[in-house]
Design a protein around this ligand. Structure first.
Ligand code: PHE
Length: 396
C-alpha cells in the first residue's frame, strides 16, 4: 500500500518538487540493529494531506491549478518546520474529472493511505461523492472551491474555504440588473452538474426578485460538442444576456457557437469559467462577457502580491488562477487548524477547523461559519482580448 502511495507521490508530487529527496531504504551495509525499526513511519512521522483532483479529463486545469497551489503551501509549511514538528506529505490521486472515480480514490486515501485530512474536490458533483465517505470515516474534508451548498451539508466533518452559490448567483443577478441594466435573460445550464443546476436556480430567483425576466431556459450535458439547437431557441427569445453557469471547457464552445448564430448578447457566468483554456477555446467570442470569481490578480492585497510572486517563482512564471489560490488557502487553513488541534485525531482536527476565525488567506479573510462555509466577497471580471479584467467586488 505504501508503495502504491509513493508511486503516486513520485508521479505527481516529486515531479513538481525536484529538490525533495525520495525516501530511500537504509544505506547498504548498515547493521540491522543500527536502524531500529520504528512503527510504520507513514503513521507517525509525517502528516498526510490527501488530495483528490481532476488532473486529467474535461476539467483538467481545475485539478492541475489546485494541486500547484496545495504543493506551494506545503513547501512553505515544511520550510517553516512543518506542523507540530512533523513534515507534511501530500498524497494525490487523479479522478479524471469523474464523480465515480473521485469516490473510489477518496476511499483509497482514507483506508490505505490513512491521510489526516482530505483536500478537494473542485467540482461540486465530485465533492458530493467524496463527502459522505469522509464523514462516515471521521476524516475532515476541506473543499477549496466547491460552491454548491449541499457539499458541506453532508456532515460536520465537511468544510469549504470559499463562498457558496446562493451568494454567487445573487452577485451576478445584481450585476446584470443594476450595472448592465439587463431586463431579459436566457439561462443555459449543464443538467449533469449540481453546481450548474444550483447556480442557475439562485441566479434566476434573485434576477426575478429584482424585477427582471427569464425569457427561456435551456440545458446541455457536460462534454457536448454541438449546442446550436438550444442556442437557436435562445436566439428566438431576444434575450439581452445569457447566463451560462458551466465549466470552461463547454463555455468556450458555447461562446463560439452563439456568435456563429449571430447572437450578440453577452454571456454571463460563474467561477466555473476560470481557466486559461477558456480563452483558447472561446477566443474573441468571449469579448464583453462577464463572470464572477473568488479573486483577481488585479487587486493586489499584500497576501495576493506575495502569493503571486512565490507562485511565479515556483512554476516558471505562471500566474495563479483562483483554483490555485483556493487550493493554497485550503492547505494553509488545514495546517493552521492542525497546529491548534489538541491531537491529530480526526475529531480534534475537525473541531480546530470549525474554530477557524479571521484567517488571512490569499482569497480573503476566512472565518468558518456554523454551516462550515466561508463567508467572503466575490469579484466580477470582464473578458476582453483573452484576459479577465477586474470590474468590481461584491460583498455578502
Ligand atoms: N465552484 C465550482 C463548483 O462547485 C468549481 C470551481 C471553483 C470552478 C472555482 C472554478 C473555479 O463546481
Amino acid at each position: 500500500m505504501r508503495t502504491q502511495a509513493m508511486a503516486v507521490l513520485g508521479l505527481f508530487v516529486l515531479a513538481a518538487c525536484p529538490e525533495k529527496k525520495p525516501e530511500g531504504t537504509p544505506a547498504p551495509g548498515q547493521p540491522a540493529e543500527a536502524a531500529p525499526t520504528p512503527a510504520p513511519s507513514s503513521a507517525t512521522d509525517t502528516i498526510k494531506f490527501g488530495e483528490v483532483g481532476s488532473l486529467t479529463g474535461t476539467e483538467a486545469t481545475f485539478g492541475k491549478s489546485t494541486k500547484d497551489g496545495i504543493d506551494l503551501a506545503v513547501k512553505e509549511l515544511n520550510e517553516a518546520g512543518g506542523i507540530k514538528g512533523k513534515k507534511v506529505e501530500v498524497v494525490v490521486y487523479d479522478d479524471q474529472s469523474k464523480p465515480e472515480e473521485a469516490r473510489t480514490v477518496v476511499t483509497r486515501l482514507i483506508t490505505q493511505d490513512h491521510v489526516n485530512v482530505v483536500l478537494g474536490e473542485v467540482a461540486s458533483t465530485n465533492s458530493l461523492q467524496m463527502a459522505p465517505i469522509c464523514q462516515s470515516n471521521q476524516v475532515p474534508m476541506i473543499t477549496p472551491s466547491s460552491t454548491n451548498p449541499k457539499v458541506t451539508q453532508q456532515g460536520d466533518f465537511i468544510f469549504r474555504v470559499c463562498f457558496i452559490d446562493p451568494f454567487q448567483g445573487q452577485v451576478m443577478a445584481k450585476f446584470a440588473r443594476q450595472n448592465l441594466k439587463v431586463n431579459k435573460v436566457a439561462v443555459f445550464k449543464d443538467q449533469r452538474s449540481d453546481y450548474s443546476i444550483g447556480l442557475a436556480e439562485y441566479f434566476e430567483r434573485e434576477f426575478k426578485a429584482l424585477g427582471g425576466e427569464i425569457v427561456v431556459e435551456e440545458s446541455y450535458s457536460k462534454g457536448d460538442s454541438d449546442f446550436k439547437a438550444q442556442l437557436t431557441k435562445i436566439r428566438a427569445e431576444k434575450a439581452e444576456a445569457i447566463y451560462v453557469p458551466g465549466y470552461y471547457n463547454d463555455i468556450g464552445l458555447i461562446a463560439k457557437q452563439s456568435r456563429q448564430l449571430g447572437i450578440k448578447a453577452p454571456l454571463l457566468g460563474g467561477d466555473g469559467w476560470e481557466s486559461e483554456k477558456l480563452f483558447e477555446l472561446g477566443g474573441s467570442a468571449l469579448d464583453g462577457c462577464y463572470y464572477s470569481n473568488h479573486y483577481s490578480t488585479e487587486t493586489p492585497t499584500p497576501e495576493i502580491r506575495r502569493f503571486i510572486d512565490h507562485f511565479k517563482a515556483a512554476y516558471g512564471g505562471t500566474i495563479p488562477d483562483s483554483l490555485a489560490a483556493l487550493g493554497y488557502d485550503a492547505a494553509k487553513v488545514a495546517a493552521d487548524a492542525m497546529s491548534r488541534a489538541k491531537t491529530l485525531s480526526g475529531p480534534d482536527v475537525r473541531d480546530a477547523i470549525a474554530a477557524t476565525k479571521d484567517f488571512d488567506g490569499v482569497t480573503g479573510r476566512i472565518t468558518i461559519d456554523k454551516d462550515r462555509n466561508a463567508v467572503k466577497p466575490a469579484v466580477i471580471l470582464r473578458i476582453e482580448g483573452g484576459k479577465a479584467l477586474y470590474q468590481t467586488t461584491i460583498a455578502p
